[in-house]
Ligand binder design. Structure first.
Ligand code: FAD
Ligand code: ZN
Length: 229
């Protein structure tokens, strides 16, 4: 109770299975007494492109544009665009970040990747040598909750897609852990389009059930071995 949760949600359709998972998380966590904020990226028409427009005012080096350097400098002087400042504030306040999305090409949808690219700037999320366990967003948890088209068998080590953990490596380790955020076990709903209505209801009930004891969970051991052992 009293915990703050930010759900970054990337689906266009509220009636989708992802929409149902979002609704469950908002309802269940609110019921627990958490304060829940949702960044509904498509509804916000969130800008995914990392461009010059993210910097307000003079550039540090107008001769040759370097996005990483410019956003870092802009962050330090309070010169990032308003939409980024708002997202950073939500991240800063959150104890837990939940990312809810459908898997697109073994990855997160572009709009969510754009959120990562633009919000987690140097100086805010990490800094020179302040990375991984030393990252700037410590004492926060993250959870990747997503749906797939492929079945669980396809995403096994011997399956045609390979272990689903390979997909999680850039998200959990490359982004969250890099910024110092701890990672909870991912929540994956396989192939909601291809299973029975009964199975879908079961998957939704399992999410509700997991959320009930979420705060008792320990983070995973987010090391290379977890993914590639
Ligand atoms: P929906 O189609 O919205 O939902 C599935 C079913 O659940 C629907 O029948 C819906 O009506 C029903 N439903 C909704 N709410 C409820 C409820 N409350 N109770 C019961 N039923 C409900 N998949 C992969 O595996 N690997 C990939 O690399 C990949 N790349 C993709 C790339 C692109 C560009 C696209 C568009 C898709 C890709 N996919 C991939 C498939 C994608 O991951 C799935 O289509 C997606 O995860 C399905 O989730 P959804 O929320 O959109 O499902
Ligand atoms: Zn890691």
């Amino acid at each position: 109770p009293g915990k703050k949760v930010l759900i970054v949600y990337a689906h266009q359709e509220p009636k989708s299975f992802n929409g149902a998972l979002l609704k469950i998380a908002v309802e269940e966590l609110t019921k627990q007494g958490c304060s829940v904020t949702v960044s509904d990226l498509y509804a916000m028409q969130f800008e995914p492109r990392a461009t010059r427009n993210d910097i307000v005012g003079q550039l540090h080096n107008p001769e040759a544009f370097n996005y990483g350097v410019e956003t870092w400098e802009a962050y330090k002087r309070g010169g990032l665009s308003k939409d980024l400042v708002e997202e950073q504030k939500k991240v800063q306040e959150a104890d837990l970040l939940i990312f809810q999305f459908p898997l697109f090409w073994f990855n997160m949808p572009a709009i969510l990747k754009g959120w990562m690219d633009r919000v987690l700037v140097q100086g805010f999320a990490y800094d020179l040598s302040k990375v991984y366990d030393g990252g700037l967003l410590q004492d926060k948890l993250s959870l990747f909750s997503f749906t797939t088209g492929g079945s669980q068998e396809m995403f096994s080590k011997e399956g045609i897609g390979g272990d689903i953990r390979y997909v999680l490596w850039p998200m959990q380790h490359g982004i969250m852990h890099f910024c110092g955020v701890k990672v909870l076990e991912p929540h994956i709903c396989y192939a909601p389009e291809n299973v029975s209505e009964e199975k879908r209801k079961e998957m939704l009930a399992a999410w509700t059930q997991r959320l009930k004891t979420l705060w008792k969970e320990e983070p995973i051991d987010c090391s290379p071995e977890w993914y590639f052992k």
